[in-house]
Design a protein around this ligand. Structure first.
Ligand SMILES: [Zn+2]
Length: 160
């Protein structure tokens, strides 16, 4: 397993130092969803594209509240995060026809988490023959699709 420099991780660690610089807080508070890559908003959580994805369509269901991970999440937050995981998987299935998914949580920097203060569940679509074995370990891929293209495809799939 190669261990590569991971710009997505560096950027997210840097952004998570204070709530003011927290990418999830910013995405929650801003209202330019296309710019912030927010696909769907709920009461306690939202669905957002990963700006530094492992694969096209890599998205995250994140809690709106700043402060804590899986251990600190409320039942309502857990329920909505997982409901958004389902919504995201269904949209990805319609838009990209993946053969499978990696769905998971990284907690703590040692485990690969870039943002420590919002529970967020990664959803990474997988295709037969893709070479991205265990992407949670930090492989960086060359992306075949620009983020705004992915955003538009998934937005359309969410509405369909
Ligand atoms: Zn935050």
């Amino acid at each position: 397993m190669r261990r590569l420099w991971a710009p997505w991780r560096m950027a997210w660690i840097g952004a998570a130092k204070t709530p003011a610089g927290c990418v999830f807080c910013n995405a929650r508070d801003n209202r330019d969803d296309r710019k912030d890559l927010v696909l769907e908003r709920g009461e306690h959580a939202f669905l957002i594209l990963n700006a530094f994805p492992y694969a096209s369509g890599h998205l995250m269901a994140a809690t709106a509240r700043h402060g804590g991970g899986l251990r600190e999440a409320t039942a309502a937050e857990m329920a909505e995060v997982m409901a958004l995981v389902q919504v995201g998987m269904r949209a990805l299935s319609r838009a990209y026809r993946p053969d499978g998914f990696n769905v998971g949580v990284n907690e703590g920097r040692v485990a690969g988490a870039g943002v420590l203060d919002h529970l967020h569940v990664h959803v990474v679509p997988r295709w037969n023959g893709d070479t991205n074995f265990m992407p949670v370990l930090g492989e960086v891929r060359v992306l075949p699709e620009a983020l705004d293209v992915t955003y538009d495809r998934l937005s359309a799939a969410l509405d369909s």
